[in-house]
Write a protein that binds this ligand. Structure first.
Ligand SMILES: Nc1ncnc2c1ncn2[C@@H]1O[C@H](COP(=O)(O)OP(=O)(O)O)[C@@H](O)[C@H]1O
Ligand SMILES: Cc1ncc(COP(=O)(O)O)c(N)n1
Length: 265
């Protein structure tokens, strides 16, 4: 059986985040990766130098081309940029009855460049989240989506419940932006919370961690793993990718997408 996953996201010319991170991660986890590009960014480890959204027709056609011929077992969304792209992606998910939808609600790049227009947040909540099986916000994204201030682990749990109420089946709240030496990632399935606690790795090379983590979850769901198993593997994948740093670029470098595979030997 060949498992297939589609990423609908922005291109990162620097290769560490976006479409490039997703495809590399799918490949490392032995899932055939396909893409529909929403926007092209000129980007490197120092920041985002340019953002060029594609015409809606181009985004629609890429999704149609992939789905009619190569139907994916799971779909990840990343940088969607505008409310019109979000509306389009939501309608394509419905039209093609796509399954295992993982929404990474990308809003800003690590350096602060906006990857989602402010006015698009309402469409993200009302149109895309009700179709999502999984959402993978970091803490600032969860704050924007819920309007809540998140300080404690209990705050995170309240926010996860609020996101679940928007129609998402599984909320995976990433803990990279919390403080302290321990990092806590949470999974909420509407009934129970599951926690992954790990030591914070001291490094500036975390460009693309969110994309890579969500892509690993998507790949595992494409293979039919449960959400718990998928998050568990994604956690090991991102831990290895951050630990075995490549140290390339002058700024915030990419993670190491082949580290997890090498550790399996
Ligand atoms: N310094 C770090 N050490 C270990 N794990 C990290 C570190 N930074 C992020 N992670 C992990 O990487 C994933 C992405 O986290 P986060 O930084 O919160 O998301 P984003 O990249 O979207 O801002 C999470 O699983 C998080 O726990
Ligand atoms: C095209 C694109 N998509 C997403 C991100 C977010 O990256 P990060 O995972 O570092 O927050 C990015 N920098 N560029």
């Amino acid at each position: 059986m060949v498992y297939k996953a589609l990423t609908i996201a922005g291109s990162d010319s620097g290769g560490g985040a976006g479409i490039q991170a997703d495809l590399k991660t799918f490949q490392e986890l032995e899932v055939f990766g396909m893409s529909a590009i929403t926007a092209v960014t000129a980007q490197n480890t120092l920041g985002v130098q340019g953002v060029y959204p594609l015409p809606l027709e181009a985004v629609a056609q890429q999704i149609d081309s992939v789905v009619v011929d190569l139907r994916p077992h799971a779909v990840k969304t990343g940088m969607l940029f505008s409310s019109s792209i979000i509306h389009l992606v939501a309608s394509k998910i419905k039209e093609h009855q796509l399954q295992n939808i993982v929404v990474d609600p990308v809003m800003i790049a690590k350096g602060g460049a906006p990857l989602l227009q402010k006015e698009a947040i309402a469409s993200l909540k009302s149109e895309l989240l009700p179709l999502a099986d999984v959402i993978t916000p970091n803490i600032p994204e969860a704050e924007v989506l819920t309007g809540m201030e998140i300080r404690t682990i209990d705050d995170r749990k309240e926010a996860a419940k609020a996101l679940h109420q928007l129609g998402v089946n599984y909320v995976v709240m990433k803990g990279g932006h919390g403080d302290g030496e321990q990092l806590v990632d949470l999974l909420y399935d509407g009934v129970r919370f599951y926690e992954w606690v790990s030591p914070r790795i001291e490094t500036k090379h975390t460009h693309g961690t969110g994309c890579t983590f969500a892509a690993a979850i998507t790949a595992q769901l494409a293979k039919g793993k449960t959400i718990y198993e998928a998050v568990d593997t994604a956690k090991q994948f991102i831990q290895a990718a951050i630990e075995d740093e490549l140290g390339i670029g002058q700024g915030h470098g990419p993670t190491n997408h082949w580290a997890f595979r090498r550790r399996q030997r």
